[in-house]
Ligand binder design. Structure first.
Ligand code: GAL
Length: 427
């Protein structure tokens, strides 16, 4: 099956229509404009919105019109479904949040435009690490612009709750279980979580990183090594997932949004959340401070490792000259120091520019950058599986099914799940 049939097959246009219609937010049309850029993204939670608003303002400042197409749904599954239906209908937006290996698929389909001129004029080859630049290129040409580096392997802790109970942020899985028992005994939900496939897989990949180490993580999700995928440590990772989901997450988690889970930690109803640093954006948007209100620590047992998640905007081929100018302007702005600083301070991530100065960022961002550099010096730097950096969307979707089905099946067998995982990854 070629890529276009794959995308077409995955999409039922009729079922998607209501979603596509309701997700368009009207923008004032009467202001004189040099051109319009429509941006499809899934940054609709409070902290995420604060981030994308920075881009919108800068684009508007340059005299262009921003047409917002924010499709709600953490992790972007719903947004990608809308994007596919738009593309199949021959009506893609000018820019869309697409990342990792998926950029190659869209490039292969012939949808993406060449950004080499804007890249050259703005020195992208100099300001981006070569490995990051490569992800943004299809067939040697820039087709997308990266905006940030998120770290997935974080644990978020409510500091006053921990202080009151006299407990410390856990550094190992055994400590995680021990503090969870204490929180539970105090009537507090140990782990705030939303039972959605991508959230389950976010927790699962942290457990894989913790139990198999970065080398094992790489062998499993990047090298697709069968022995690693079905091995005893992977079985252990599934068992640990069952333990967390069954013992330490509340029964109302089903379908809960990730940012509502963050809210539970913020209000002290829950003690911790396992989530990437877009969760920090929620704390920031609520005026909370790291070190006082919350703590960020690497997911227990993953110190020294860094699962990276690079958000990027891919640009689609357009005909209207005004829209093309707006698209080029957006691409230029996205890597400029001003945007990189303000956006990432709001978004919870760190700048993607190699020359970025994070001295004015909060302690979590500074730790993130230091840990990124340390991890990059060895084997610790790994692409996240749960957020589309390690595998194709098809593999990711298959893994999500295995992990979520296991997490929700009280009788789920960890050994069988590992075998199913291998099938999903090696397809
Ligand atoms: C990730 C994305 C982040 C954040 C998160 C929750 O996949 O890279 O920027 O938005 O989903 O929606």
């Amino acid at each position: 099956m070629n890529a276009i049939t794959r995308i077409a097959a995955a999409v039922s246009l009729a079922s998607l229509l209501p979603l596509a219609l309701t997700s368009n937010i009207a923008v004032a049309a009467d202001a004189p404009s040099k051109g319009t850029i429509e941006v499809l993204h899934w940054w609709t939670a409070g902290g995420e919105r604060a981030g994308i608003n920075v881009l919108q303002k800068l684009v508007e400042k340059d005299g262009y019109t921003w047409k917002d197409n924010g499709v709600a749904g953490g992790g972007g599954e719903a947004a990608m479904t809308v994007l596919k239906s738009r593309a199949v209908a021959g009506n893609p937006p000018g820019a869309a949040q697409i990342k990792g290996p998926s950029i190659q698929e869209w490039g292969e389909l012939g949808f993406l435009t060449n950004l080499d001129d804007v890249a050259k004029a703005n020195n992208w080859d100099k300001i981006l690490a070569p490995q990051i630049a490569d992800i943004m290129k299809y067939d040697g040409h820039y087709v997308a612009v990266p905006v940030n580096i998120h770290r997935v392997n974080w644990l978020w802790v409510n500091k006053p709750v921990f202080d009151k109970l006299g407990i410390k942020a856990p550094t190992t899985l055994d400590e995680l279980y021990a503090v969870s028992d204490k929180l539970k005994a105090a009537g507090i939900i140990p782990l705030a979580h939303g039972g959605e496939a991508w959230q389950d897989s976010t927790v699962f990949e942290d457990l894989v990183l913790s139990i198999l180490g970065p080398e094992g993580f790489h062998k499993a999700f990047v090298d697709k090594d069968e022995a690693t995928l079905t091995g005893p440590k992977m079985v252990q990772a599934f068992e640990a997932l069952k333990k967390l989901e069954g013992n330490y997450m509340d029964p109302d988690k089903s379908g809960r949004k990730w940012n509502d889970a963050t809210g539970l930690v913020m209000t002290g109803k829950a003690g911790m959340q396992i989530m990437g640093d877009w969760a920090k954006a929620e704390w920031t948007a609520a005026g909370k401070k790291s070190g006082t209100d919350y703590e960020c620590v690497p997911f227990p047992g993953t110190q020294g490792s860094f699962t990276y998640n690079i958000d990027s905007l891919a640009m689609f081929k357009l005909k209207d000259p005004g829209a093309i100018a707006a698209q080029q302007d957006l691409a230029k702005i996205a890597l400029e120091p001003e945007f990189q600083t303000v956006f990432n301070q709001n978004k919870g991530s760190i700048p993607v520019r190699s020359d970025a100065d994070v001295s004015k960022f909060d302690a979590c961002a500074q730790k993130s950058q230091a840990d990124y550099k340390a991890a990059a010096a060895g084997a610790g730097l790994q692409p996240t599986m749960a957020h589309g950096m390690a595998t194709s969307p098809a593999v990711e979707g298959a893994v999500f099914d295995v992990v979520t089905n296991f997490a929700n099946d009280p009788k789920g067998d960890a050994k069988k799940a590992a075998e199913q995982l291998a099938k999903a990854v090696m397809q």
